[in-house]
Design a binder for this molecule. Structure first.
Ligand code: HEC
Ligand code: HEC
Length: 261
């Protein structure tokens, strides 16, 4: 018995504690990718998230890359992180009234957030995106409860949001990068107008944008806004016109089948 207790104590101090290391390793390390074609596919998936417009011009209308909202390629906690989400699909989708696959969820972001159209599910692009997200989800059990430290946890505003207060905040804290007209400046993405995400996007919901802004914006001082300020400035952003979702864009897809079969 004593020996077992000693062994367990040693285990806790040494080997078992050592087991923590993989979880603390960076979520994405270019040098640690699987060798050969599988690693190439994961790397390509990340490249599509970061430089979406450069590779997928025909699928994107908004002047946005996925990484405008999925910061650091979807590896930043509370910044649109993809960590662990592979194991949460298939899942029930209230908007579609059916179980959806990860590909369907990716298609939604093309349709709404990118105001574009999705690549076919067996295209090289879709498979690479799924491979990348699956890679970022390694180690998370199927169906695990999403980690609240990683997910964008929404919160209620202390007082009703005021777009009027938000206008003053926007001029002070956002317009230098996103433009007084919300159209974006150089590498800084648009927040409203014809080149922004459309009205069906998750970011178009006030609680979602307020949470994103609270934890990630202003980009040069994230976390500096109070919850009320995050709501007010988001209400101001969302008070402007933006593209409407056009279902007709679905026509013409699937586009380019994979050449694997
Ligand atoms: C305008 C911002 C924006 C852009 C651009 C965007 N997304 Fe999203 N995406 C969101 C938001 C907001 C959510 C929902 C997050 C939530 O509700 O917690 C989301 C959710 C997702 C999810 C599901 C995550 C989960 O936690 O279940 C995936 C996968 C995804 N996006 C992929 C993409 C891909 C791929 C692209 C590019 C083709 C993209 N997104 C572009 C804002 C965006
Ligand atoms: C220093 C420049 C800078 C400032 C200031 C700034 N942003 Fe951003 N914003 C960015 C960048 C860059 C991104 C793309 C994501 C990233 O790389 O962090 C972004 C992304 C966003 C997005 C999601 C992508 C999109 O275009 O829809 C929203 C929403 C947003 N910012 C809102 C705000 C709000 C509201 C403020 C003011 C409180 C603000 N930002 C201040 C640089 C900035």
């Amino acid at each position: 018995m004593k020996k077992l207790a000693l062994f367990l104590a040693l285990c806790i101090l040494t080997a078992c504690a050592g087991q923590k290391t993989p979880a603390q390793a960076p979520l994405y390390d270019e040098k640690a990718l699987p060798a050969g074609a599988p690693g190439d596919m994961i790397r390509y998936g990340r490249e599509l998230i970061v430089n979406t417009r450069a590779h997928m011009r025909g699928y994107v209308v908004a002047n946005l890359d996925c990484a405008a909202c999925h910061i650091a390629g979807g590896t930043k906690p509370k910044g649109g992180s993809f960590a662990g989400i592979y194991g949460q699909f298939p899942q029930w989708n209230a908007r579609a009234h059916r179980m959806i696959a990860l590909q369907d969820r990716l298609a939604e972001c093309f349709l709404y957030s990118m105001n574009g159209r999705p690549p076919s599910y067996n295209s090289r692009e879709m498979i690479a995106l799924v491979a990348y997200i699956a890679y970022l989800s390694r180690g998370t059990p199927l169906g695990a409860t999403p980690d609240p430290a990683v997910k964008l946890v929404k919160f209620a505003p202390p007082q009703p949001a005021s777009a009027q207060r938000g206008a003053a905040l926007y001029a002070q804290k956002c317009s230098a990068c996103h433009g007084a007209d919300g159209a974006g400046v150089a590498i800084f993405p648009p927040l409203w107008g014809p080149t922004s995400f459309n009205g069906g996007a998750g970011m178009h919901r006030l609680p979602t944008m307020a949470a994103f802004v609270r934890y990630n914006m202003p980009q040069n001082a994230p976390g500096s806004l109070t919850p009320q300020e995050a709501y007010d400035v988001s209400a101001f952003v969302l008070s402007h016109a933006r593209p409407k979702f056009q279902g007709a864009r679905l026509v013409g897809f699937p586009v380019r089948p994979a050449k694997y079969f």
